[in-house]
Design a protein around this ligand. Structure first.
Ligand SMILES: [Ca+2]
Ligand SMILES: [Ca+2]
Length: 132
């Protein structure tokens, strides 16, 4: 069992940085979401932020942007962009003490009760079932 969990942990480490959403907060209070691919770059020119993805380029005027944040789907513990079985495995790894990263621990507390436990797995299954 433990060996299996370690393999899962390695798999999660390999895929954990995949999909993420960059949220651009405009000076007028609106936001734009850009789904980032694994390899993206952002260039800052005198006038613009230029975000280059695998198959697209976005240009935003620097004077229109207040700040950036990264958005994260509730329950997407392993940050692959979806809520699924991999997130349950990630929570199990936290519960087993295999995963100790602060940031993963934070994301693993899906029901926000301050602990990582069976309640978070229930929360994930509820999200998967469309109940939450
Ligand atoms: Ca996930
Ligand atoms: Ca919890």
């Amino acid at each position: 069992m433990k060996r299996k969990l370690i393999l899962f942990a390695l798999l999660i480490m390999a895929t954990g940085l995949r999909a993420q959403t960059l949220v651009l907060h405009h000076t007028d209070g609106t936001t734009t979401n850009v789904e980032l691919s694994k390899n993206f770059r952002m260039d800052v020119t005198d006038a613009d932020y230029v975000i280059t993805l695998k198959d697209a380029t976005f240009t935003f005027s620097r004077s229109d942007i207040s700040y950036f944040t990264f958005d994260q789907k509730k329950g997407d513990v392993n940050r692959d962009g979806d809520v699924g079985i991999g997130d349950i495995v990630a929570i199990t790894n936290v519960m087993a003490g295999i995963e100790k990263s602060e940031r993963v621990l934070e994301r693993a507390d899906v029901n926000e009760d301050g602990q990582v436990g069976i309640g978070d797995i229930v929360a994930i299954t509820n999200i998967m079932a469309g109940l939450e």
